[in-house]
Design a protein around this ligand. Structure first.
Ligand code: GLU
Length: 485
């Protein structure tokens, strides 16, 4: 048997981090088994559909290196892979379920269903469809209140449906009894429950790997597989990612639920991938830093967590810092460049001069950033036009108060006399002028106003190196301007 797995995102907005998490686990298993990984777009919820969402799913998953073997954009033997293009495929299966008495038409209006649910809640009885339409023709039903002329199709859940199944991660799982689920909507679109079963079967999916929120739906799916005479796939329900307060990660509450957020912040894809792996999986060695290949080679469902892992951004920051430091200087510069361009510090395409400045500052900053979006503020002082250079007012208020003019002037005088301009000679000059033997200041006291005046901010790369890179002319100009202000 060739393993075939899938991820099935719904294009309803910015791609959710859970889509990457599910893709990672599906792909790690598929690659280990020499199987295939399918991307299927579940776009049957037309009310929540968002046009640009599908492309964003492609872009973010590819950014992470989680590429698929078959999908809407790639084609494959089971195309189309977009459910909205498969409406004709679902139809005969619905007809069969109706003909076999496993499904029925329901004409109840939305108002009637809402009223029914409210009554059930008031009476504190389990909510669920009351089967008013079962066994009725359209005419019979039309004579009763709460009738809508466009019917939906519902499953007729038997008295004893299959409620337990074996999960690859959890072992034997018991799920609650399902309601008479709608499988075909009034608009002719299948619901998720029908489409997922038909497509998983027709696409030869052997293992359904998805989030634990679908456990309660699995009995409906088992019924559909059985009624349609199809072999059931195996199931693995991954623990849901949780916020630090243990609630489910949602895009409304947590920006980190959006995959594009990680791109905007400047996390490296290899770090995010490692982090997502670590949330659900541990290597036999216990090593926390691992690559996709290591995860895939050792993959074992028995090593997947069952407890909802907490999405700890400090841990991700730590991992990201690790991967950032591992980059070659050239690679770091290449990944940093887009952040400098979008901060307006570097033109697009970057000029030779800008690239040279970037290359010169990389050794100063590569070990200092946790995420690449921190970079523009750290290096702004080097890229900004001299006329546009301003000291950040908050930093100025703290560091450039009374008495700083003397410090700045002494430093400027010493720097103007430096012969061989380098970080070492710059340091010797300012230390000589400001520390013991000069003004007698402690280094922290002496460097803070200099850093603020020269870099315009209170946080910057090491001072002598920064001044050396900036060049004498610009450094003196900024020191004297701050001293005069
Ligand atoms: N379309 C479903 C979702 O967005 C897929 C669930 C599944 O993998 O079965 O989560």
């Amino acid at each position: 048997m060739t393993v075939r797995v899938r991820v099935a995102p719904s294009p309803t907005g910015d791609p959710h981090v859970g889509t990457a998490y599910m893709s990672l686990f599906n792909l790690a298993f598929a690659r280990q088994q020499g199987g295939q990984f399918v991307l299927r777009v579940e776009d049957t919820d037309r009310a929540r559909f968002r046009e640009d969402s599908e492309q964003q799913v492609y872009d973010t998953l590819r950014w992470l290196g989680l590429d698929w073997d078959e999908g809407p954009d790639r084609g494959g033997p089971y195309a189309p892979y977009r459910q909205s293009e498969r409406l004709e495929t679902y139809k005969p299966h619905v007809d069969k379920l109706l003909a076999d008495g496993h499904a029925y038409l329901c004409w109840c209006s939305g108002e009637r269903l809402t009223q029914m649910r409210e009554d059930q809640q008031k009476r504190k009885v389990p909510t669920g469809y009351d089967r008013l339409c079962v066994g009725k023709t359209a005419e019979e039903r039309a004579a009763l209140p709460g009738y809508s002329p466009t019917p939906v199709v519902r499953m007729l859940v038997p008295d004893e449906p299959p409620l337990s199944f074996v999960d690859l991660i959890r072992g034997e799982v018991n799920a609650p009894r399902p309601d008479d689920q709608v499988i075909l909507k009034g608009d002719g679109f299948p619901t998720y429950h029908l489409a997922v079963v038909v497509d998983d079967h027709l696409m030869g999916i052997t293992h359904v790997v998805r989030g634990e929120e679908w456990i309660s739906s699995t009995p409906k799916h088992l019924l559909l597989f059985d009624w349609l005479g199809w072999e059931r796939p195996q199931f693995a329900h991954m623990p849901l990612l949780r916020n630090v307060d243990k609630s489910k990660i949602s895009k409304r509450k947590n920006p980190a639920a959006r995959l594009t957020w990680f791109q905007e912040q400047g996390y490296l894809p290899e770090a995010l991938l490692n982090f997502l792996g670590l949330l659900g999986y541990s290597l036999p060695s216990g090593e926390e830093v691992f690559s996709f290949a290591q995860m895939s080679e050792s993959f074992d469902w028995g090593r997947v967590n069952t407890v909802g892992p907490v999405f700890d951004l400090d841990k991700l920051g730590w991992l990201n810092g690790h991967y950032v430091r591992e980059l070659s200087e050239q690679d770091f510069a290449a990944r940093a460049l887009p952040f400098l361009v979008s901060a307006g510090l570097v033109s697009s395409p970057a000029s030779e001069d800008e690239l040279a400045v970037l290359a010169s500052v990389v050794p100063l900053v590569q070990t200092r950033v946790a995420v690449l979006s921190e970079l523009p503020d750290l290096v702004r002082f080097l890229f900004v036009d001299e006329d546009a250079f301003r000291v950040d007012p908050a930093a100025a208020a703290k560091a450039l108060g009374e008495g700083s003019a003397a410090v700045l002037t002494a430093a400027a005088d010493a720097l103007s006399a430096v012969e061989q301009w380098s970080a070492e000679t710059v340091q010797a000059a300012i230390d000589g002028a400001l520390l013991e033997g000069g003004l007698g200041l402690k280094r922290g006291k002496a460097y803070t106003p200099l850093r603020t005046a020269v870099c315009g901010a209170s946080i910057a790369p090491p001072l002598p190196e920064s001044i050396a890179l900036l060049g004498r002319e610009r450094a003196l100009r900024r020191l004297r301007a701050a001293a005069g202000a």
